[in-house]
Design a protein around this ligand. Sequence first.
Ligand SMILES: Cc1cc2nc3c(=O)[nH]c(=O)nc-3n(C[C@H](O)[C@H](O)[C@H](O)COP(=O)(O)O)c2cc1C
Length: 192
Amino acid sequence: MIKDIVLKNRSYRGFDESYSFTREDLLEYVDAMRLCASSANIQPLKYYISYEKEEVESILTFTHFGGALPELHLPRTGNHPTAFIIICQDTDISSNIAQFQKDVGIVAQTALLMAAEKDLGGLMIGNFQGDDIKKLLKFADNIKPQLVIALGKPAEEIVITNIPDSGITKYYRDEKDVHYVPKRKLEDVVIN
Ligand SMILES: Cc1cc2nc3c(=O)[nH]c(=O)nc-3n(C[C@H](O)[C@H](O)[C@H](O)COP(=O)(O)O)c2cc1C
């Protein structure tokens, strides 16, 4: 059931580095992402796939994991993601970045649901250094990174929990490193 996959599809920040991706593996994700809905069907998104360890490690240095838990320095050494898909907008197709932010979310979620279906997982990373990534990967001027997706074999436990009475939605970890993600209740998100 799709809902089961949605439940399984958490934001992972720790991975089993013995799992690796091939170019073909990642092309399968992109092949589904290109089929997603697009505002006015303009399809300005392009994708950079990365699966070779050295390059993945370089990209990682320009991304920021777990901003709410800075003391943990995630991802930990030995638990890095083993692939990235960088979602970019080709501004030669459309220079209107705002118009396609929803497209970016749709393709990102699609990739992560595909990963979850294969017992893999990942993280959407909005907090990244786009200019550094552009320079590192020698992107043409018209290729603008919008969202980075880290991928790997998850190596951490994540539990969905209720939002406490304080209303704080911040995720947190316990002493066993179990990661808790507070979610609003059904009755609190339905307006009518
Ligand atoms: C558009 C977007 C950007 C995000 N950027 C980051 C990020 O830069 N770093 C990070 O650690 N998590 C990032 N996240 C993950 C959120 O923190 C995560 O979705 C939230 O904590 C809820 O956890 P869940 O995805 O397991 O439900 C991002 C999520 C979204 C939707």
